[in-house]
Design a protein around this ligand. Structure first.
Ligand code: UGA
Length: 436
């Protein structure tokens, strides 16, 4: 099938490459010529495990262009995978989706299914249908389908090739048939529903996961106060298959391009409809304060950070990605810098993006041991495997004062029993050798 994909971010590019790997003839469209040139040479502009390899293996079935007319005019199916960032009021900014919709309307020369993969507020597919139909230049049939994306960054290729489910939201059976055909070689359960339900499935899923994280973070905070251990608590909860163990990791809050944006967007949509999502509102509030948890803990050890050398392990919002959007490091590092701390940071893939924000203010280190050398304090913001697998005795060896504040519970408490390190994590007893 001839498929065009609008947008080559995490969603668009991964979708395009995965569809090409299933023998579809795919053209990816983007306005950014630099990115198009890179991708045409087989280079992925984003870090995503397995993506470059799949791009290379599928190169005969995929092309990249800025020429949207050529891409859209002859396509059987067009996927829209552009961003829907948060506006100041919390609602979703749909300007990129509408821009692409306009370009599609002026380009179409034959019947086509237009699939909205971007996360859009409930009712957007209906509006896009009216918008495109009103702007069509030729007499062609267009069908609009909602096909939300459930990939997580860091495992995007696997999540797409073996999706937990493929949701097909349509109003006409013809569109469902064509999408079933697009996905015929994908081994995932497929569910056909109407467009508004499909749009809601996406938000309800993301917001539920965000809620789960905020819930567990609140329980973790209480565990600290009453002497319980969140790791044991969640393990004990997880034996109940109705609860499960996934997405019960306590930490310094969720980041990324999805949960923060999608919780606010659904909450905004509820308010707009004279309704209130109290649980989601609470999840947002808990997450906002959780991000500052480690800085608050640090105040137990230092009144302010002026002149201190502070090591930061992990800059990205989670491991496996170079994405910094809504990363907890981005709200904590400014506080430390403002206080006059000298920051030494390590991250295996996030540094290049961080340098765009802080080119000179931070000392970027090649290794974890370089970052912690001489430090008065160490913050762990991302649970990279390199951090989880390090020898904790290195904190004692290399730091000036071995105080480790772990926002991702990377280590077992036992690992700190026989060392001279203060280890303060989330929802667990502080290990402080001075008091053992
Ligand atoms: C999320 C969803 O997991 C995907 O299903 C969805 O398709 C995607 O959003 C999207 O809407 O595009 P993603 O943002 O890539 O994926 O990353 P997650 O793995 O969900 O992590 C989000 C944040 O939650 C991270 O900051 C992570 O550290 C945090 N998290 C996750 C926790 O604090 N605890 C957990 O137990 C799990």
């Amino acid at each position: 099938m001839r498929i065009a994909v609008a947008g080559t971010g995490y969603v668009g590019l991964v979708t395009g490459v995965c569809l090409a790997s299933k023998e579809h003839e795919v053209t990816c469209v983007d306005i950014d010529e630099k990115k198009i040139n890179l991708m045409s040479q087989g280079i992925s502009p984003i870090y995503e495990p397995g993506l470059s390899e799949l791009m290379r293996d599928s190169k005969d079935n995929i092309t990249f262009t800025t020429d949207y007319k050529a891409a859209y005019s002859g396509a059987d199916v067009i996927f829209i995978g552009v961003g829907t960032p948060e506006k100041k009021d919390g609602s979703a900014n749909l300007s990129y989706v509408y821009k692409v919709a306009e370009q599609i309307a002026e380009s179409l020369e034959k019947d086509c299914v237009i699939v909205i993969k971007s996360t859009v507020p409930i009712g957007t597919n209906d509006k896009i249908e009216q918008f495109i139909k009103a702007k069509l230049k030729r007499h062609v049939n267009v069908y609009i389908a909602s096909n939300p994306e459930f990939l997580a960054q860091g495992s995007a290729v696997r999540d797409t090739l073996h999706a937990s489910r493929i949701i097909i939201g349509v109003e006409e059976p013809q569109a469902a048939e064509i999408l079933q055909d697009v996905y015929k070689d994908f081994d995932s359960p497929k569910m056909v529903t109407n467009r508004r339900s499909a749009e809601m499935i996406k938000y309800a899923s993301n917001d539920f996961l965000a809620l789960k994280i905020s819930y567990v973070n609140e329980i973790a905070n209480l565990c600290e106060l009453v002497g319980a251990d969140i790791e044991d608590v969640t393990m004990g909860m997880g034996y109940d298959s109705r609860i499960g163990t996934k997405f019960l990791n306590a930490g310094i809050g969720y980041g990324g391009s999805c949960f923060p944006k999608d919780t606010k967007a659904l909450s905004w949509l509820a308010t707009f409809n004279d309704n209130e999502l109290k649980t989601i509102r609470a999840a947002i509030d808990v997450n906002e304060s959780q991000k500052f948890k480690l800085v608050k803990k640090a105040k137990k050890y230092y009144d302010d950070f002026s002149g201190l050398t502070v090591a930061i392990l992990g800059l990205t919002f989670k491991p496996g990605t170079d994405d910094l959007r809504e990363a907890p490091s981005l709200v904590n590092i400014p506080i430390l810098l403002e206080d006059g701390a000298n920051i030494k940071a390590w991250d295996p893939v996030g540094v290049e993006n961080y340098k765009k924000i802080y080119p000179t203010e931070i000392e970027y280190c090649e290794t974890i041991s370089q970052a912690i050398t001489g430090a008065d304090l160490c913050f762990i913001f991302t649970e990279w495997p390199e951090v989880k697998n390090m020898d904790v005795r290195d904190f004692e060896t290399f730091m000036k004062r071995p105080i480790v504040l772990d926002g991702r519970n990377c280590f077992k408490l036992e690992q700190f029993r026989n060392v001279h390190i203060i280890y303060d994590s989330i929802g667990r007893t502080r290990v402080d050798y001075l008091y053992i």
